[in-house]
Design a protein around this ligand. Structure first.
Ligand SMILES: [Zn+2]
Length: 310
């Protein structure tokens, strides 16, 4: 697709990066409402009967300022995997006999609520031994320093996101980085193994984690998806990264799709269908590629728009 680029669109891309750099911190700042300045309201794509714009996707992901902080009722998703995040920002707890793993500490301001959700489920926040994250934006990983302070957990991060994490210093705290991993590395605790898949594009170190869990004697592939949301302006490097990432995520063994924002796996809708003794709505093999379908369609629409503008 590189052939579609003209020198002018590259110039525009560079300007766009500057604009994006100015906009992104405002979007990611703790508990803000997403306004029309954060992303454009074009192009529009329709996937499975629903229409999306970049702004619509961002609003869907972030919700209101209140949605970002308000704890969602903590619940078991499948097997030993639990939800402990807010209404629009995911945090997952994986329970093992040797301590627990936390994926995404959200904003620092969310950490006490996460700890409370863990306790509500009957577990101890102090038993978190490993902290992982999906990507180096503060609405997913700003809480690492406080969560480590409260638990003593080891913070494991993807190499390509280290620079962004090192710059993330809530209240001037140094971002803890105890172990740096690369694509394909695994993290194990108490019989649970998680595999890190580099799915770059949204950030350079965007990491999709996979594991397996068991429920009622059956084994399930669980995918903790990293956002595949394209930036407003796509550089050649991001284009190459996202093309690779869509291929990677589509090939992952998946029965239970999850994401760094609950909207990416329609958590509210599925949670509402939870019934004692009923089928587990989070087991959704058919839904494993839905988010990739939406984001890939938008990615191509943005590329087309960029190409035809000049
Ligand atoms: Zn993000």
């Amino acid at each position: 697709m590189l052939h579609r680029r003209s020198g002018r669109s590259l110039q525009l891309a560079t300007l766009g990066m500057v604009i994006t750099a100015l906009i992104v911190p405002a979007v990611a700042r703790a508990q803000t409402n997403i306004t029309a300045g954060a992303a454009p309201d074009h192009p529009t794509v329709t996937v499975a009967g629903k229409s999306y714009t970049p702004l619509g996707i961002l609003q869907r992901n972030m919700g209101t300022a209140a949605d970002q902080v308000e704890p969602f009722p903590p619940h078991r998703i499948v097997g030993n995997i639990y939800y402990v995040g807010s209404r629009t920002l995911s945090s997952f707890l994986i329970v093992t006999p040797q301590g627990n793993i936390l994926i995404n500490t959200i904003f620092e301001a969310n950490v006490p609520a996460i700890a409370k959700s863990v306790a509500q489920l009957g577990f101890r926040f102090a038993d978190v031994k490993i902290i992982l994250g999906n990507h180096a934006h503060d609405d997913h990983m700003e809480g690492d320093a406080l969560a480590k302070q409260m638990t003593g957990a080891r913070v494991v991060v993807m190499a390509q996101d280290v620079p962004a994490l090192a710059a993330m210093k809530p209240g001037g705290k140094r971002h803890p980085i105890d172990e740096v991993i690369t694509d394909g590395d695994t993290v194990s605790l108490g019989g649970v193994t998680l595999t890190a898949h580099l799915t770059a594009g949204h950030t350079p170190g965007c990491t999709t984690w996979t594991t397996t869990t068991a429920e009622n004697g059956k084994s399930y592939g669980v995918v903790f998806g990293c956002s595949l949301r394209s930036p407003n302006v796509i550089t050649p490097q991001t284009e190459a990264s996202l093309n690779r990432s869509f291929e990677v995520v589509r090939a992952l063994p998946c029965d239970v799709p999850l994401g760094d924002h609950p909207a990416e796996y329609r958590m509210l809708e599925k949670h509402a269908r939870l019934q004692p003794g009923g089928p587990n709505p989070f087991i959704d093999k058919a839904g494993c590629t839905t988010e990739a379908d939406i984001q890939e369609a938008m990615f191509h629409a943005i590329l087309d728009e960029q190409a035809t503008k000049h």
